[in-house]
Design a protein around this ligand. Structure first.
Ligand code: NAP
Length: 520
């Protein structure tokens, strides 16, 4: 398979645009062939028309048909072999091992959604049987289940060129829900995007899916992305990226004549709280693991632990001073992300002290890690210190008492995660802290680090604003599917008109809530 630089619109590849864009290798600064042409507004319209027609067919596909389609996408991604992982490495500066791992995460998540569809109970089928004799008025037969929203627009993240990109969690959950997808590729990994887009296109044709079930448009800048959000055929948006980008798209979506939901995951600082007794017992190991977590993937994770709160402990600080200079930096994903990191650090240095600076390798966008410290007063006075600096850095905040720790927790804004390290005794002493944190985040961890987000049924990768624009959902794991569905109620329908999920004899043998009782 060759990378052509053309938009994928249903089963066609098209490029009518004249403005060329190109990917760059962040390790060398070299541009990568071929030229891609920015999608035009007409091409977006064409993709949307196809998707609207395709939706009328795709929404009726059974769970088994959609499952086979998702599995076929996973197979086609694997069939791309080294071509995909080599392009991934060239466009991201991330190592080959990460490319292979992320490909496994991507195909694994497609296959997990396929399993969910084959099992079938996710549709949340509910049946309230008719009560014709009920007094003073009879009750009609009422049934409900989740149905797909329509055509979904998805934006890929720069920091996961596979798992949060073209065939990533948002696309997988939208297709699983029965929605068609128009994807706006991230300009940092154009070639990787095209290869995966072609894998989806091939899988759609082979699985007898309608032309238009999936389209992929290229752009560098905001024109196509903004037009996608405003297009009347689009019924929901999935996004991972910056606060600025996510909020702009959310504002545009709610200002439409027909407002639509935007599921924007916009990152977070992921506060870590280390309690006094565990600091005494395991301070050295904690310092080592913390620095490793901060620098993993050059700190380019939305779950990077950006702040660590503790009650003053000099021996832990000395341990950090020992560990931080050994930390390894790396090549950042884009020059823009590197520049934002460098600028953020320069600014933060004016309000903090340096614990240690790690090493930067050779490379066009390479940066060094840095661990900073301040006291609680400094943190409370300079509120911007609580904002994300995307990259391999973290701020240690020293408090004087439990009360100060609780106060800072109460003042936190929404985050994706919060972590508490403590002995059993610590945890018993700080249940009030855990209660506060539960109201601030989507996931709380005890004695771990937040980097590494399992793709599973119980995972929540979300959280209150400003971590996301909708705290009621997750962008990772199978619960993500209901972001792209809505409940529909069918009153007094004969069995012949009902979907299999709601038919009286339960032909799919799924779990359903029948007259208030969960049964098959
Ligand atoms: P981004 O700048 O928010 O871009 C993400 C996607 O949204 C890109 O396709 C971008 O298009 C598009 N976009 C952004 N603003 C838009 C607007 N106003 N209108 C229309 N489209 C818009 O994020 P990024 O490029 O991935 O990284 C930049 C920064 O985001 C990082 O420095 C970091 O702070 C943060 N980030 C957070 C996470 C997270 O997990 N939450 C992940 C990655 C990055 P164009 O690029 O074509 O403009």
């Amino acid at each position: 398979m060759q990378i052509t630089g053309k938009n994928i619109i249903g089963f066609e590849t098209l490029s009518e645009g004249t403005v060329a864009i190109q990917a760059t290798n962040p390790a060398t600064g070299e541009t990568l062939a071929p030229l891609f042409y920015k999608a035009t507004i007409e091409e977006l319209g064409y993709a949307a028309d196809k998707a609207v027609k395709a939706f009328q067919i795709y929404r009726k596909k059974s769970g088994f048909e959609k499952a086979s389609f998702l599995e076929k996408i996973a197979d086609e991604i694997e069939n791309l072999g080294d071509l995909l992982t080599e392009r991934y490495v060239a466009e991201s500066g991330l190592p080959q091992g990460r490319a292979v791992g992320e490909r496994g995460r991507t195909t694994g998540q497609l296959r997990l959604f396929a399993q969910l569809l084959r099992e079938g109970s996710w549709v949340n089928a509910r049946i309230d049987s008719a009560l014709p004799e009920r007094q003073p008025a009879p009750r009609p037969d009422i049934r409900a289940m989740e149905r797909p929203l329509g055509v979904v627009g998805v934006f890929g993240a720069s920091n996961f060129p596979l798992a949060f990109s073209v065939a990533g969690g948002d696309t997988a959950s939208a297709l699983a829900a029965g929605c068609c997808v128009i994807f706006k590729a991230h300009p940092a990994h154009l070639g990787t995007s095209e290869l995966v887009g072609k894998a989806i296109q091939k899988a759609a044709e082979a699985s007898n899916m309608p032309d238009g079930v999936f389209s992929l448009l290229f752009d560098d800048g905001h024109e196509i992305g903004m037009a996608l959000v405003k297009h009347p055929s689009i019924k929901a948006i999935g996004f991972t990226g910056s606060y600025k980008g996510g909020k702009a798209l959310f504002d545009a979506a709610v200002a439409r004549p027909e407002p639509i939901p935007v599921y924007a995951e916009m990152g977070s600082v992921n506060p870590v709280f280390v309690l006094p007794k565990i600091l005494e017992e395991k301070g050295a190991a904690l310092a080592q693991n913390y620095v490793a977590s901060v620098t993993l993937g050059v700190g380019q994770f939305c779950t990077n632990p950006g702040t660590l709160f503790l009650q003053k402990n000099e021996s832990f600080m000395q341990e950090l001073e020992k560990q931080a200079p050994n930390a390894q930096g790396g090549v950042m994903l884009t020059t823009g992300i590197r520049d934002a990191y460098v600028k953020g650090i320069e600014h933060a240095k004016n309000f903090t002290q340096i614990i240690g600076v790690g090493k930067a390798p050779e490379g066009f966008t390479a940066v060094e890690p840095i661990i900073l410290r301040t006291d609680i007063e400094g943190f409370n006075t300079n509120t911007h210190l609580g904002e994300e600096i995307f990259g391999p850095t973290s701020l240690v905040v020293e408090a004087n008492s439990k009360e100060e720790i609780l106060e800072v927790a109460k003042n936190l804004s929404g985050h994706l995660t919060a972590t508490v390290h403590g002995t059993e005794e610590d945890l018993a002493d700080y249940t009030d802290l855990i209660e506060v944190l539960e109201q601030k985040v989507g996931r709380i961890l005890i004695n771990g680090f937040p980097t590494g987000v399992e793709v599973s049924h119980a995972m929540v990768h979300g959280g209150p604003f400003p971590a996301t624009t909708d705290a009621r959902s997750t962008s990772v794991g199978t619960m993500a599917i209901t972001r792209f569905t809505r409940p529909v109620c069918y009153q007094n329908f004969p069995d012949s008109l009902l979907l299999d999920e709601l038919k009286s004899d339960n032909p799919l043998n799924i779990w359903r809530l029948v007259d208030g009782e969960l049964k098959k």
